[in-house]
Write a protein that binds this ligand. Sequence first.
Ligand SMILES: [Mg+2]
Length: 227
Amino acid sequence: MIRVIAFDADDTLWHNEIHFRSTEAAFRELLRPYHDEAWIDARLFETEMRNLRRYGYGIKAFMLSMIETALELTEGRITGPEIQRILELGQDMLARPVELLPHASDCLRALSGRCRLWLLTKGDLLDQESKLARSGLGDHFEEVVVVSEKDETTYRDVLDRRGVPPAEFLMVGNSVKSDILPVLALGGHALQVPYPETWIHERVEGELPRFPVLEHLGLLPAWLETP
Ligand SMILES: [Mg+2]
């Protein structure tokens, strides 16, 4: 019996990854006079991974990683106006309107009152709270939990603190690595709604356990009714 449904936010309720992809393209363009594109991409990703433990996930961390990569790749020759441009790229991302994914709103409305609904996301607290406010979806959630990593330990802690047994918990999200595998490992339920773009860091390889996959959130209320 599922009593609590937690939704991931980025690329589950609203678009996110495509904005990172388009900012990466602009960053590549900016550094093109200095290096070839594949090299720029690889070094930016390396810097992001190196900085994850320092800065966590989110746009602000991404901005710092872009600046650091630009300094490294140009051996300090990047100019003030170019650094300014990088800051603007990040600021544009922070201010972007939130674009909901299809059926996100209908799905939450349909489930309101039927189950306890949580938003469970990782990333930067201020940015996630601001996106939730702009999404207009805030009223559907009993709880909004922003964590710095979505692994087994975090999920166990979130559930324990709220006295929710894993068997009564369903996580819904796009990322197999962050939304599905750690929850299944705890004995909880997890359902994937895939998003067309997956960040390299979220990709998983090898054999996976079985889990349900729905094409879009509009199918979730009916799925919950199926025995
Ligand atoms: Mg996500």
